[in-house]
Ligand binder design. Structure first.
Ligand SMILES: [Zn+2]
Length: 721
């Protein structure tokens, strides 16, 4: 998601600083998938037996690509014919033709049929979930998320939000009935095991809040053996809240996120199924989604994956069919009156369809969204790796519905704008960039957003800096006006420096001191850590590490150590000293010029000429650099003399301070630590430089004052944030 603090800052007066191998899971299709295919196709002409096991390796390995494409096309055609639906001429595969499905291990296969009631913003649905036990152990207790139950007065989410705040709930705010949401399992059956509704019980793995109903566990009557699948049939009812935290309604607009019972993830040898917290996001296994939504025929709908069919019903409703593959979530949106803007973008993996669902009053932002999306997709394609899905859907939330904005779901993102945003304020662009970036950092590289939010939000914030620099220009990519400018890294510094010493990146999401600390560290500090890493190993190596990390861990659930080890490997060095301080630690980096002075070398000589002579008189100059913070990093000092001489020296930064002394026929005029301004983690950059009090350097002094004023603004904003 996009952190709201970014938006808060950029609409105000803000300044930048003037210092200015593809490793796939086996492609083999398991028997259950084949059985499902057979079941779906048996009304037509194409039947695949699920009895044998040998052919999958042979046929699929020999002709997998052709075979899968054939089946996919045939499936769609057969389903449409059977349903009597109108075939859609558009792309009906959720993956691009260049992709060899399956891309992931497909632990889950969801089929959901939902009927939406827009009058009271509720829905009733039937979910068929096939889960395959890849845990390596027999399993008889399975946990499910029921995220919508977070929106209740006594939930952990509400309690934490009202105590520490979150992006939509102010600390101490009153509970309001319109915030109520629920996800109620009406019945749960396991095929072959019978009705297990009685075996459901709420669990609270993260706290002892007995009133929290966001995780439910089912006890099976017998174990599921490794590599066996079981199929759940779940009837559920949803009540959506008014938009809050990535889901809900606003008037007749709906964003249906986190709306169905979703099974937890077996990760690091145990079930990982956290309660929904005020600051945390999500974690789920990869798989397939076949979703049918029935709703009034005047609603325009967008969803994860692609739409494959549409049927008009006799009661004034319509049923839309969506299909998604190798994703770990499914969201959709519906609203009457939205304007649909479509385009395509050509990237290395093929032609991707781009679909915007715009509010009619926001049409001026449509080309801005589209340009930002295309530009971002090309940069990710160039730098990180291919986007494999055939479509991206962008939802533009309505007025008053910004709580639905700035959110990512697989192949489906929500943007943010208003009726008018001047060209120099790049909010529509940066939100689209950010949320599309999540297609990589969370969507494909499926990290645990509860426990390691820095791996999705933070890496994404770093790539946002890089992409926005490339598309809209360094220093001006957030705000670009004649009187003030700001860029992503400046905004990140502002949100980081106010909360620098409280929480490490590795803190679990709901355990941060405050929501402000969560945002300032998870998003902004990670970006600054990686920007500062460019100073240490070079920009090209940081990019290469991201590319390799993506290739190695897409469609998997890597950990923070996987990321750090990949960087170490690409850098060809163990950066543990840096990670221990910047990622695992809360050390604060602040190097400063403690003192600087220059005086005549002959000051004690009684016979020395009274008048100084330029180029003849000798001076002793000294600079003391001080490590004010507890973060140790090598730094560069640059000094300038009045004869034009410029010297640079590197200090390992280990000791508490270091004194430099020069004796020259020139006076020291300035000293600066980090002259390339590449140590973005430095908490206070105002104390990085010193200028001699000399009339001959008026322009330098003005620059110095300007630096002071803008630094002061940045500091002030950080305090106010
Ligand atoms: Zn985000």
């Amino acid at each position: 998601m996009a952190a709201s603090y970014v938006i808060d800052f950029t609409v105000g007066w803000s300044f930048g600083e003037p210092q200015a191998s593809e490793v796939r899971q086996s492609g083999r299709m398991n028997r259950e998938n084949l059985a499902r295919l057979a079941g779906a196709c048996c009304g037509g002409k194409f039947v695949v037996s699920s009895a044998g096991g040998a052919y999958d390796a042979q046929i699929l390995d020999l002709n997998r690509r052709f075979w899968m494409e054939f089946v996919r096309e045939y499936m769609v055609f057969a389903q449409l014919c059977l349903a009597g639906a109108v075939p859609l001429l558009a792309q009906t595969s959720p993956l691009l033709p260049s992709q060899k499905a399956p891309l992931s291990n497909r632990v889950v296969a969801y089929q959901i049929e939902a009927k939406y009631n827009p009058k009271n913003h509720s829905l009733d649905a039937q979910e068929t979930l096939t889960w395959t036990n890849y845990t390596g152990l027999p399993q008889d207790r399975l946990p499910f998320h029921l995220y919508l139950n977070a929106f209740q007065p006594k939930s952990t989410f509400t309690r934490e939000g009202y105590e520490a705040g979150n992006r939509d709930v102010q600390i101490g705010a009153k509970w309001e009935g319109k915030r109520f949401g629920e996800d109620v399992i009406k019945s749960l059956e396991v095929v072959g095991m019978g009705d297990l509704t009685d075996q459901l019980r709420f669990i609270h793995p993260d706290d002892n809040n007995a009133d929290d109903k966001t995780v439910v566990e089912v006890q099976l009557p017998r174990r599921v053996a490794p590599n066996q699948s079981i199929t759940f049939k779940i009837a559920f009812h949803d009540q959506f809240p008014e938009v809050v935290e990535r889901t809900g309604y606003k008037r007749d607009f709906l964003l249906a996120g986190q709306w169905f019972p979703k099974i937890g993830v077996w990760w690091k040898n145990s079930w990982n199924c956290h309660q929904f917290h005020a600051t945390t996001e999500f974690f789920a296994d990869f798989g397939t989604y076949d979703v049918k939504v029935t709703l009034p025929s005047n609603f325009n709908v967008g969803a994860t994956g692609v739409q494959t069919a549409e049927t008009a019903n006799s009661d004034g409703t319509k049923t839309l069919v969506f299909k998604a593959e190798d994703v770990h979530d499914f969201a959709w949106t519906a609203a009457p009156g939205t304007k649909i803007v479509e385009d395509t973008v050509q990237i290395s993996s093929g032609t991707v369809k781009l679909r915007l669902l715009m509010q009619p009053g926001h049409m001026s932002s449509a080309p801005r969204y589209m340009d930002a999306l295309k530009g971002t997709m090309k940069k990710f394609d160039d730098w990180i790796g291919p986007y494999p899905y055939s479509q991206v859907t962008v939802v533009d939330p309505p007025h008053g519905g910004l709580a639905a904005g700035g959110m990512e779901y697989p192949t489906f993102i929500t943007a943010a704008t208003t009726w008018w945003v001047f060209d120099g304020l790049k909010i529509p662009e940066s939100v689209v960039e950010h949320e599309f970036g999540h297609q990589y950092w969370y969507g494909m590289v499926g990290t645990n957003e509860f426990e390691e939010a820095w791996l999705d939000e933070g890496i994404n914030q770093y790539t946002e800096c890089k992409v926005m620099d490339a598309l809209y220009g360094r220093d001006v990519n957030v705000l670009n006006t004649p009187v003030a400018t700001a860029d992503e890294r400046g905004i990140d510094r502002i949100s980081y420096i106010g909360v620098a010493e409280y929480d490490p990146l590795t803190r679990w999401g709901w355990q941060f001191l405050t929501f402000r600390s969560y945002g300032g560290i998870t998003y902004s500090k990670t970006a600054l850590v990686l920007l500062t890493l460019e100073h240490i190993i070079g920009e090209a190596k940081v990019r290469e590490a991201q590319h390799i990390y993506f290739e190695r861990y897409r469609y998997k659930h890597p950990t923070g150590d996987d990321f750090l080890n990949t960087v170490n490997e690409v850098a060809g060095q163990n950066l543990g000293w840096y990670w221990n301080q910047s990622v695992r630690g809360t050390q604060v980096l602040d190097y400063r010029i403690l003192s600087a002075e220059t005086h005549r070398a002959d000051w004690a000589d009684k016979n020395a000429p009274k008048k100084e002579k330029k180029g003849k008189t000798e001076y002793v100059s000294s600079v003391v650099v001080h490590r004010k913070g507890d973060f140790v990093l090598p730094v560069t000092l640059e000094v300038k003399f009045d004869n034009g001489e410029v010297l640079r020296d590197h200090w390992d930064g280990q000791d508490r301070w270091h004194r430099y002394t020069w004796q020259k026929k020139a006076k020291l005029v300035s000293a600066e630590i980090d002259p390339e301004h590449s140590i973005l983690l430095d908490r206070d950059r105002f104390n990085n430089s010193w200028l001699a009090d000399s009339k001959s350097h008026t322009s330098g002094k003005i620059a110095g004052y300007w630096m002071l004023i803008t630094q002061w603004f940045a500091q002030l904003l950080a305090w106010l944030a």
